[in-house]
Write a protein that binds this ligand. Structure first.
Ligand code: ZN
Length: 240
């Protein structure tokens, strides 16, 4: 079984379509979404409908959560808040209900998926180093867990200590635990603008990170045409 694991799409339709086409050409048979389907970019409704129609396991991201409710966004950074308010207006009640009903954590086969971390997933903590990853591992009862949220692809590996690895591929070794950030489809923040996702080959026990160029000019044009903040288009170019 080859599983495409993708998240932090953030309403970037061009990046999502590119990732799904690649997953198909790479013979993926199953799909898993790590959340943040919406927010920031200009095609929330289209991306939501694509992911929903796939009928695959999906966990809730913080932008999915915020877009699905009506609470004040005052405490959020102003650009993200403006995009989220715009996103709320683009989605139907029924689409927002679909987001609202997404689960926080799921077990799929013999691994776990979560948007942020397994210790208090509703706090939306960011795992940016091996020390942050340690608190997750205390709550990780499967050998492998996939997450997103930071938009930075990364592997955290726990033996007697926790190590952080920026690898293009990794083999799951017996006796070790893995907390793997699949990166971001629609707004990478590791300085590489290309869309990111992972393929998990369960027979080979191998995880491969895929990076793909997509029509970023079109995504940028749509952001400006929608009246969303221009900085959302420029940050895509920088992968930041
Ligand atoms: Zn995100």
């Amino acid at each position: 079984m080859r599983i495409a694991i993708f998240g932090d799409i953030h309403a970037n339709l061009e990046a999502l379509q590119t990732v799904l086409a690649d997953a198909q050409s790479q013979y993926c048979t199953d799909y898993i979404c790590l959340g943040d389907v919406v927010g920031y970019n200009a095609n929330p409704s289209e991306c939501l409908e694509i992911v929903r129609a796939m009928n695959c396991p999906v966990v809730k991201g913080n932008h999915d959560h915020d877009a699905s409710l009506d609470h004040s966004l005052d405490t959020m950074n102003p650009v993200a808040a403006e995009a989220l308010q715009w996103t709320r207006n683009q989605l139907s009640d029924e689409q927002r209900e679909w987001l609202r009903k997404l689960r926080m954590v799921r077990q799929v086969s013999d691994f776990t998926i979560v948007h942020s971390t397994l210790d208090q997933p509703m706090r939306w903590d960011y795992v940016t180093n091996r020390f942050d990853a340690m608190s997750n591992f205390a709550y990780q009862f499967t050998q492998v867990c996939f997450h997103g949220h930071t938009h930075v692809p990364r592997v955290y590996m726990k033996s007697s200590v926790v190590q952080e690895i920026a690898a293009e591929s990794v083999i799951i070794e017996p006796g070790l635990k893995y907390f793997i950030n699949a990166g971001s489809v629609g707004q990478p923040r590791d300085g590489d603008w290309r869309a990111c996702y992972v393929i998990y080959d369960m027979e080979e026990r191998r995880i491969v990170f895929r990076r793909l160029e997509y029509d970023i000019e079109e995504t940028g044009r749509k952001i400006l045409a929608a009246g969303l903040p221009e900085s959302l288009a420029t940050r895509l170019l920088h992968g930041s």
